[in-house]
Write a protein that binds this ligand. Structure first.
Ligand code: GAP
Length: 454
């Protein structure tokens, strides 16, 4: 089997698992879907929450120098004029005259030195035209030019335009940062690769404000911090690549940009950008609004516009990377010696949607069921648990393996003292990846699990 074929089969299996087990589904599916839009089901939502919570914890709660904000999606149109998005947030686009497909001009395949349509193979393409990626909308009852604004294509601009207010209320001194997680929208010409390139997605962005002389060093600092973050959520550094963007490909205002890339089954692609944006954004908004966005440095007595280092990550892309990195098919031998395939999502316990499955050995034994239910109530306030009493215990384990649940607790006859007092009040905990089991007293369950999932 060629590498391409096995990679695309792997991707198909991942997409199918996501749908079958309620991670990610097509938006508006019963009406034929909406291209580039996705819904997260019960487990996908938990996974996404765990990712966002951990980012927030690392970037805001565990630090003295970063505060959070939550800006509106709709903003004054002038924000997008000043930021340059209205004039320059474009992709080059061509139309195929044969099949009417609208295509990204910079992603067309080539045959004998000529570009062609990847949908129908025709060479009959229009000239490239600039296509603005922002979704235009109207605020209020009149649909005229004065009412135009856009759904934000990035969360960053809300941070820049609130820089002064947040600085004042938080009483921070440079270097300090403002972090935000929220939706962004881009009318991508070719949404593709499942959720990788979507039209509606979420970003986790930090704008870190500093003195101009510290920008270059802080760019390196943030690159390292962000790489560490991916390891801490279980994405091994083996699967990550750092691409230093050459000066001629960087935005004109950037003095350094790194892309953190991940080995998706469909290729090595960007997960996050870490960019040193200089004072470009604040200067633009100061000029356009006429309001000072300068910082007064009490230490040096100088007024200046802070420079900015921006680590900007995609929530959906990281969720997809987590699933791709974790997806695993293993051949194991069952108790009767028969080989079978076990599908496991080897998610870091910190990211796993369900932290532990709780199983009474038999569903028709009141004491086993009662004890298992008590354990559910004991653990539920502290973590996401799942109670399952149906089917053979091996099948229940498999169902949880497939969605990445790191621990399975089984209440058996030892637990309720029917095999003598020695193991009474203990349960077995089965670990997902090694499938090894240990006995743990019920009273120690909470701390045993907390140590491993936080
Ligand atoms: N404020 C800087 C900024 O928005 P970007 O490289 O355009 O930079 C940052 O976007 C991140 O947002 C990307 O690395 C990616 O993870 C995510 N992202 C961007 N466009 C996306 C799309 N169409 N679908 C899913 N995620 C996207």
């Amino acid at each position: 089997m060629t590498h391409d074929k096995s990679a695309s089969e792997r991707m198909e299996k991942i997409v199918s698992l996501c749908k079958r087990r309620g991670f990610i589904m097509q938006s508006s599916e019963i009406y034929g879907g909406l291209n580039g839009c996705w819904d997260y089901g019960p487990l996908g939502t938990e996974l996404k929450c765990n990712l966002k919570d951990f980012w927030w914890r690392r970037m805001v709660r565990e630090r003295d120098d970063i505060v959070g904000m939550d800006g509106s999606i709709l903003m004054n149109r002038q924000v997008w004029v000043a930021s340059g998005h209205e004039a320059t947030f474009h992709d080059p686009m061509v139309d195929c005259r044969n099949c009417q497909s609208r295509l990204r001009a910079d992603q067309l395949p080539e045959k004998d030195g000529q570009l062609y349509c990847p949908v129908c193979g025709s060479f009959d393409l229009t000239e490239a035209r600039a296509f603005n990626l922002m979704f235009k909308t109207y605020v209020g009852a009149t649909e005229d030019d004065s009412a135009i604004t856009y759904l934000r294509p990035e969360t960053a601009q809300a941070i820049f335009v609130q820089f002064k207010n947040v600085l004042e209320v938080s009483r921070k001194k440079v270097p300090f940062g403002i972090a935000q997680i929220g939706k962004a929208f881009r009318n991508e010409i070719n949404p593709r690769n499942f959720t990788f390139r979507s039209r509606e997605f979420e970003q986790m962005e930090l704008e870190y404000f500093c003195r101009p002389e510290d920008g270059v060093e802080l760019l390196e600092y943030w690159l390292k911090e962000r790489l560490k973050f991916y390891e801490d959520i279980g994405i091994s550094s083996d699967l990550l690549h750092v691409h230093k963007i050459p000066p001629e490909e960087r935005a004109h205002y950037s003095q350094g940009t790194y892309d953190i890339e991940f080995e998706f089954p469909f290729g090595v692609q960007e997960l996050e950008g870490v960019a040193y944006r200089t004072d470009y954004d604040l200067s633009q908004h100061q000029k356009a609004s006429g309001k000072s966005l300068e910082y007064f440095d009490e230490e040096t007595g100088q007024h200046f516009i802070p420079h900015v280092v921006e680590p900007s990550a995609g929530v959906d892309r990281t969720v997809l990377a987590l699933i791709c990195a974790a997806f695993c098919e293993e051949t194991i031998t069952d108790q009767k010696g028969k080989a079978e395939t076990r599908t496991v999502l080897k998610l870091h316990p910190r990211m796993a949607p369900i932290k532990c499955g709780i199983f009474p050995l038999l569903k028709n034994n009141k004491r086993l069921v009662g004890q298992a239910r008590e354990i559910v109530e004991l653990l539920r306030p502290h973590m996401m648990v799942f109670y399952d009493e149906s089917g053979a215990i091996g099948r229940r384990y498999r169902r949880q393996d497939e969605v990445g649940t790191p621990f399975g607790i089984t209440v058996d006859f030892d637990t309720i003292g029917e095999n003598g007092p020695s193991n009474q009040g203990t349960v077995t905990i089965r670990e997902r990846d090694s499938m090894k089991q240990v006995r743990v007293p019920i009273g120690e369950l909470r701390s045993f699990l907390a140590d491993r999932i936080n």
